[in-house]
Write a protein that binds this ligand. Structure first.
Ligand SMILES: [Zn+2]
Length: 145
């Protein structure tokens, strides 16, 4: 590839397909200077299939990571998971919202380990999107350490 065809961006974002989160996610990406500087992968449950070791999803997500890393020089992976996620509710019967959040945070940490093993030069940012209403009109985004 010649240099003039090389396009660089900072990050690759994994987020859920859920339409209710789209407007607020767009706002958060913009506020964090990621708009126009990130590749975006939308898949039900975000990185859930990666932490679950679902081979089809692992293959798909790893391929997207490889392309973003090699072609766009991405240095950071942003995992966005959200409350009231249909893909999680398919697999679990959470007793409350806190249990759902903790389960998803554990999964994001697992995904982080997997990503760092394959892409040691990439950093991983874990983000929890807490919906304040069922329609997703207001969402609070929290960085998970
Ligand atoms: Zn979801």
């Amino acid at each position: 590839m010649t240099e003039e065809h090389k396009h660089i961006c900072g990050s690759i974002v994994f987020k859920c397909i859920d339409f209710r989160l789209q407007n607020e996610t767009k706002r958060w990406l913009s506020e964090n200077n990621l708009s126009g500087d990130c590749d975006v992968v939308s898949i039900a449950g975000s990185s859930k299939g990666l932490s679950d070791d679902d081979s089809a999803v692992v293959r798909l997500l790893m391929e997207q990571l490889q392309i973003s890393h090699d072609l766009h020089g991405s240095k950071e992976v942003v995992l966005i998971h959200h409350s009231d996620c249909g893909q999680y509710k398919k697999s679990y019967n959470f007793k409350d919202a806190e249990e759902e959040k903790l389960t998803q945070i554990t999964d994001m940490k697992k995904s982080e380990e997997i990503i760092k093993k394959h892409f040691p030069d990439m950093s991983v940012k874990k983000v929890w999107a807490q919906m304040n209403d069922p329609e997703g009109k207001a969402v609070d985004f929290q960085i998970i350490e």
